[in-house]
Design a protein around this ligand. Structure first.
Ligand code: APR
Ligand code: ZN
Ligand code: ZN
Length: 375
């Protein structure tokens, strides 16, 4: 009944940095060719959305509709969309998979030339927006914009998932869970019996722990400045807990001593370049691998003694845990439905969509791991 028509609905609009989101009535245009309009059912609140609200990401164009960790149901599809139909359960993807570019064709990469991660055009691929509010166009955010009752995405930026998937849980596969879990199993390729250190125990860091455990790590050292985070980390499989505040020497020295010359794998899940260097230094010479996951401020740079790398340590990173989004996210959903892993404890708060700003307050206070908004 709504197909082909403009939908009026509620969305949380970010008009400008450093102010609360504003719930507005917006108009969502119908999908054009190779686009999909989605009714959002559940959407998580991620630190990256907050970085934009705080004005920390250069190049972002305001006003925009944030949100990139969601699940929903296809409302209608544009011309030429063959792999999805109204009623299908889907997860919008912050990085697309066109399947044709140099990166998509490379089995070792999960980025796509069509991503909007660094230029932040705020548009769909045809370089226009589907949103208006009070007569003004509103930008998209990395092609997802899930803080809205309805959104439109390019068909290369949405994954069709199993019809039995609980949307209020698998929404986390759009960002935090996939990012953390995949960093351990795909990017680091954690080996059974190994020792891992995870710096930062937010939703992403805890998902790294779930991945390390699933991969068979025997020792998982959880590091955070907030000791309240340790109980959850333990639940998911961490074996040792370090609060840098309890030590008067560099944390890499503490870890190196604890582990006979360093850990096999270190994960930085904060976005702090100082911690990235500590993570690198805490890995074992000859083979230690460090994975950068945290998003540092746009102006940040990192420097370290090149001997660290010359002597065989590896420094790497990945977006979305190295998963090829359109191919691998549906498989991850099926693995979850087949009980290959559990991640229920990641969602600490559930709120109705209209209380989105309360969700951001919980994030600021450090009270929540993940807040899921029900739309
Ligand atoms: N040393 C140790 N822990 C720290 C430090 C530090 N210097 N600074 C912050 N932390 C801890 C915080 O106490 C918090 O528990 O890091 C954790 C970060 O968690 P969240 O802010 O909830 O972040 P999360 O959503 O997990 O995302 C982490 O990954 O995808 C990126 O943009 C995201 O950069 C962010 C990072
Ligand atoms: Zn995110
Ligand atoms: Zn591509």
């Amino acid at each position: 009944a709504t197909a082909g028509k403009v939908i009026k609905c509620k969305a949380a609009v970010c008009w400008a940095p450093k102010q609360p989101l504003s719930i507005e009535e917006i108009e969502v245009a119908p999908p054009k060719a190779h686009e999909v309009r989605i009714k959002i059912v559940a959407t998580g609140i991620c630190r990256s959305d907050d970085h934009v609200i705080e004005g920390e990401i250069s190049g972002i164009k305001y006003p925009l509709i944030l949100g990139h960790e969601a699940a929903g149901i296809v409302e209608s599809v544009g011309e030429g969309v063959t792999d999805m139909k109204p009623g299908d359960k889907v997860i919008p993807l912050g990085i697309p998979q066109c399947g044709k570019c140099k990166c998509c064709l490379n089995p070792y990469s999960n980025l796509c030339y069509k991503n909007d991660l660094e230029k932040y055009s705020g548009m769909l691929l045809d370089n226009t927006s589907r949103f208006t509010c009070k007569g003004k166009p509103v930008h998209h955010f990395i092609g997802t914009s899930t803080f809205s009752e309805y959104t439109v995405v390019d068909d290369i930026a949405v994954a069709k998932i199993h019809q039995d998937a609980p949307l209020d849980k698998v929404c986390l596969f759009g960002c935090s869970f996939s990012t953390g879990y995949g960093s351990a199993v795909n990017t680091a390729k954690v080996k059974p019996g190994s020792t891992c250190a995870v710096f930062g125990l937010g939703g992403v860091g805890l998902s790294v722990i779930i991945g390390c455990k699933a991969a068979g790590a025997s020792r998982i050292i959880a590091v955070d400045l907030n000791s309240d985070k340790f109980a959850k980390a333990k639940e998911f499989g961490a074996t040792d807990f370090i609060n840098p505040k309890d030590y008067d020497r560099p944390i890499d020295e503490v870890l190196t001593e604890m582990t006979e010359d360093g850990v096999d794998y270190a994960f930085e899940v904060i976005g702090n370049t100082g911690v990235m260097t500590s993570a690198l230094k805490s890995t074992h010479f000859g083979y230690g691998k460090t994975v950068i996951i945290g998003l540092a401020p746009s102006t940040a740079t990192i420097s370290f003694d090149p001997m660290l790398i010359l002597t065989g340590r590896v420094l790497t990173g990945a977006i979305l845990g190295g998963f090829k989004p359109k191919d691998d996210i549906p498989k991850l959903v099926s693995d979850y439905l087949n009980k290959k892993f559990e991640f229920d404890g990641l969602v600490t708060h559930r709120l109705p969509f209209m209380k989105i700003n309360e969700g951001f307050e919980l994030l600021h206070k450090g009270d929540s791991i993940r807040t899921v908004l029900t739309v």
